[in-house]
Each structure stands twice: as C-alpha cells, then as structure tokens.
Design a protein around this ligand. Structure first.
Ligand code: ZN
Length: 323
C-alpha cells in the first residue's frame, strides 16, 4: 500500500505501488521496498547507517513492566534535565491529532506520537527498523529531497539535525519543509548551535580534539550561532512562534562523557577528574537520576541568566504563513 503522501522526490510525480517497488511513471524511476520500507536513497550512507538507532520511549522498560511506577516516573520526568525538550514541546499549542513528520528520526521518539500520527524519515535503514516500534509509518531517504506531497503535514519535527547540514544544504532543507507543510503548519527544531560557554572554550583550547569530538564524530558540520540560523529560517518565509533555551553547559550527566572523549582526559587534569566523576555518577542509576533531577531543577535558573551565545541547543518553533 502506498501511503497517500508519497511522491517521486525527483520529479514530484505520483507513484504506483508494485510488488517490490514504488514506480514513478512520469520519470521511470523505481524506488525499492525493503521490509515494506520505501527506499528513496537506497545506497547506504557510510556515516549515518546504523549510527543513531536508539528509540526514545516514554517509559523505560522497568516502568513498562511495573505500571505502578508510572506516576513516580511522570513526576521524575517533570524535573529531569533529560526530559527538558519534551516539557518545552508540551507547552506549545499544536493542532491535536494532526499528521507529523519526524525528519532524521533515528530510532524514533515515542513522546512525539502524543502529537498525532507521526511518520519517521531517515537516511539510515537500521534506524528506521528501530523507529517502526513507535511510528506507524517509516520512509527512507535524503532530507534534501523529500518524497512527500505539497501542503501535507501539520507539523515537521527535526531533532538534532539542522547542525548536521552546511548552510547551502540548510536552505534546500528548509525550502523542502515549507513545501510539504500545510499553510499554518509548524516547523519544530531541537537545534544544536554553536556556543561560547566556558566548557566549549576549554574544549577549543585543543583544536584537533575539538574537531574530532565536537564536529566530525557527531557529524556537526553546520553549527552556527542562533541569530544566523534564525535569520536564515525567516528568510525562507517562516514566521517565528517560539524560542526556548534548552541546554547551555548543563547537560545530563551521561552527556558530558559522550561529548568529551577520554582523549580530553589525557590532555588535561581538569577533564581527567571531571571524566572520572561523570563516569562514576553515570554508572550508578540512583545517583545518575538524582543528579539529572537536580540538574533539571537548576537548569532553568542557569539558562535564565545565560546569554544567547552561551546556549548550544535551542527549541525553535516556526509557522508556515497561512497565505
Ligand atoms: Zn519521478
């Protein structure tokens, strides 16, 4: 069955569903199906394939098994720094029960399914096979050529994606999204930006390590400071709706070790101590969650007094004009 919104990304022709592929009569292109997932960019991406496959569930496995823990978990999520992006998303009034697209969905985010029907889209087939656990529909392809019909979605979400695109690609990406959004539809970005807080200044004292840990390893080829990114988005025609600071230098405990590899520890005693401390906390669930809750309580206060340049991750919401 062809989901109604799918079109040929190359000529925008209507697709015909065949046994093993989707076929575009106007241009003759065939898009294979694997495990019933339509592949619009079937050649494997050496960087992204299988890289971001983790599914973000509403409840961890223990809580799913023991529903009595659910209210406790919900309370924990109201405070935990890890859940900050979702708390901010929940405060945005969106059309309920609409159609949403999660661009660069990785393994999928169950929280997004509370908004309405979510389609997952990613370059990595391995990620989509995981995302299928939470999204009813998943589609594989490149974010610069979207196989979706014009004016289709009530909202497009892109989490940790925009910083992966160089500026020239951001323009194509943003034009594609505005094409597939309904008039009045929302673009919601959890956007990583360049930042200038004290931890990044430390990190940049080792330019080779900074390039490796902060640019090449996560694929952050297109980090820009917020004003440049915001100006670009508005220049495409989006109207700004909401902007909230998500993270400056306060992150969940585990993220410190993800961001600073142990190579930093070999360079500086500060990072060595910091690393051991974070590793110790991260490996003990009770202390880790307690630390993340405390960080979550402190974060809004610290973010409130941080300048925009000190923020490395933003919640940004825009709307396609009604006319
Ligand atoms: Zn075509």
């Amino acid at each position: 069955m062809t989901p109604p919104a799918l079109i040929c990304p190359s000529c925008h022709g209507e697709l015909i569903s065949k046994a093993t592929c989707l076929y575009c009569p106007p241009c003759g292109k065939e898009y294979p199906l694997r495990d019933k997932i339509p592949l619009f960019a079937p050649e494997m991406d050496s960087f992204y394939e299988g890289k971001f496959t983790q599914t973000h569930y509403l409840y961890p496995e223990t809580v799913r098994r023991f529903p009595v823990l659910k209210s406790f978990w919900r309370l924990e999520r109201m405070l935990n720094i890890n859940a900050r992006p979702y708390r901010v998303l929940n405060r945005l009034s969106l059309p309920s029960g609409g159609e949403f697209l999660d661009l660069g969905c990785g393994g999928g985010t169950e929280q997004f399914t509370r908004l309405g029907k979510v389609t997952g889209y990613d370059i990595s087939l391995g990620s989509l096979q995981m995302a299928r656990a939470v999204y009813p529909e998943v589609v594989q392809g490149n974010v610069l050529q979207l196989p979706f019909a014009d004016n289709h979605f009530d909202g497009v979400l892109a989490s940790h994606l925009i910083g992966h695109l160089p500026r020239s690609e951001k323009i194509i990406f943003l034009k594609e999204i505005i094409r597939i959004l309904k008039p009045g539809g929302f673009l919601i970005l959890f956007a990583e930006t360049d930042a200038d807080h004290f931890l990044f200044r430390f990190a940049r004292q080792y330019p080779d390590l900074y390039q490796k840990d902060f640019i090449r390893r996560p694929g952050h080829l297109g980090l820009e400071f917020l004003p440049d990114l915001d100006m670009l988005i508005q220049s495409i025609g989006y109207l700004p709706v909401k902007r909230v600071k998500l993270y400056g230098f306060l992150w969940a405990v585990e993220h410190y070790n993800h961001k600073f590899s142990s190579d930093y520890g070999e360079q500086s005693r500060f990072f060595r101590g910091f690393h051991s401390c974070c590793r110790w906390l991260a490996s003990r669930a009770f202390f880790r969650e307690t630390a993340d809750v405390l960080l979550g309580i402190v974060a809004p206060l610290v973010l409130g007094i941080s300048s925009d340049r000190q923020i490395g991750e933003w919640f940004l919401a825009y709307q396609k004009p009604e006319k």
